[in-house]
Design a binder for this molecule. Structure first.
Ligand code: SF4
Length: 438
């Protein structure tokens, strides 16, 4: 129940009010924990939609239907005392539909401005020189920084969800975009601590910095952290100056990561993929990705991918991929077995690939030899999960743990309607998924 006891009253943990005393959720948490759970799901999903819609808006792309739904759905959370579970579930699924539209809008914006991504090897070492590492998701910020650092003797590296930027022709053309540093959002404190240069945070998921690097961390756009400098209007001169004043990076060899398997790249070799499926050389596709969760529980995904048989392909996206994207899974008939589609918003690409395969094989997406194995941690992951559910995709595995706001009854509904299943043991899960589609 989403309330906490305090003397004789029950206070909502979110709005600190009693159900009768001005609770911002119309007292729903005190009356129906399940309705409150669905309302939370809707609110978190809306935050994800807002992120994608905001990015698209920065490119000048707006969808009035998405905006209208945001207003309607938020309003509904204020006024829905008479709603029932089914009505709220309808809104939750509509949030998923609107998220698909927002992701499509953002994908079109990226492609129109930067071109279709192409598979690209990204070095993970560093080269000698002053540098800025860019984290977050905002490609326009990265482009502006690349323009402003050109010819200034400052290299630019990506971090976390910025990795897919290397695959866009309009960004990879900058010779001083030299590589990727670090992994998922939650490892940033250790990584930025060890990074001698300047740091630019463009969006979530930025953490409150350690004192050791707070003076080298700059934020922009919606990202702001107390005690650091916030830059406006994409004027990155202060972070460039800081990079030039900071110690240079060493020449340090590293490995490589591969990204850029946008749906246009995958569907460009669709004939090859279809032929390999028909010849029995590709048995199954797994989409393994999402928002990485801190701690050991996320190792599930590495163990899972390591155990995937050699006749299966792993598609991935978002920062959950850092659990396993250093693995060399080899190829099947020249097709890489590990295909990084891109950022979390590129779930749109994954959906395009699934739809195209279903068309070729004349079946529904649920009949394809394809299983979604998702990791979720924050609001965008909620929005993406709702999109997949709204599209009718069944038997998704989700983990490494369920969000606290999902009550047993709501989980029961999701299991009954969609076959949504929490992850368990990676090897047993894998065997079960393969057996279910054998
Ligand atoms: S994929 Fe999710 S958890 Fe990772 S940086 Fe993006 S929004 Fe944050």
């Amino acid at each position: 129940m989403a309330t906490t006891s305090n003397k004789n009253a029950m206070f909502c943990y979110q709005c600190s009010q009693t159900p009768e005393g001005g609770c911002t959720r119309a007292g729903v948490c005190g009356k129906s924990p399940d309705l409150a759970a669905l309302m939370d799901t809707l609110i978190f999903g809306l935050k994800g939609v807002a992120a994608y819609a905001h990015h698209a808006r920065e490119f000048g792309k707006i969808d009035p239907e998405v905006d209208g739904f945001m207003h309607e759905a938020l309003f509904a959370t204020l006024t829905n005392v008479n709603f029932d579970i089914e009505s709220m579930l309808g809104l939750v699924l509509k949030c998923g539909q609107m998220n698909l539209k927002a992701m499509a809008l953002l994908d079109a914006a990226h492609v129109e401005r930067f071109g279709n991504p192409v598979p690209t090897e990204v070095p993970t070492g560093t080269r000698a020189g002053h540098a800025i590492v860019v984290t977050g998701h905002d490609m326009l910020d990265l482009e502006a920084l690349l323009k402003q650092t050109e010819g200034r003797g400052v290299d630019v590296y990506t971090h976390g969800e910025m990795l897919p930027a290397h695959a866009y022709p309009g960004l990879k053309k900058y010779k001083h975009l030299v590589g990727n540093y670090g992994g998922a959002w939650w490892t940033q404190k250790k990584e930025f601590d060890a990074w001698p240069g300047a740091i630019l945070a463009t969006t979530n998921c930025i953490l409150i910095p350690k004192d050791t690097y707070a003076d080298r961390l700059f934020t922009c756009g919606v990202a702001q952290v107390a005690g650091t400098v916030h830059l406006k209007d994409r004027d990155f001169e202060p972070v460039i100056r800081k990079a030039l004043q900071s110690p240079a990076l060493p020449d340090r060899p590293g490995g490589k990561l591969v990204t850029g398997f946008h749906h246009t790249a995958i569907l460009g070799v669709a004939d090859k993929i279809v032929a390999a499926v028909k010849a029995g050389k590709i048995r199954h596709f797994f989409l393994v990705g999402g928002c990485d969760t801190p701690g050991m529980s996320g190792n599930y995904y590495r163990e899972f991918v390591k155990a995937v048989p050699s006749d299966c392909i792993v598609l991935t996206l978002a920062c959950g991929k850092y659990r396993f994207n250093d693995l060399d899974l080899g190829t099947i008939d020249g097709i890489p077995r590990l295909l990084d589609i891109g950022q979390c918003n590129n779930a749109y690409s994954a959906i395009q690939v699934a739809g195209a395969l279903a068309e070729v094989f004349k079946c529904g997406v649920n009949d394809l030899p394809l299983t979604f194995v998702l990791t979720w941690f924050e609001q965008k992951a909620v929005a993406i999960l709702l999109t997949l559910l709204a599209l009718g995709i069944k038997n998704i595995r989700i983990g490494p743990c369920l969000p606290q706001f999902v009550t047993p009854n709501v989980l029961g509904i999701l299991v009954e309607k969609f076959g949504l299943t929490p992850v368990g043991d990676p090897i047993k899960d894998l065997e079960g998924m393969l057996a279910a589609k054998a």
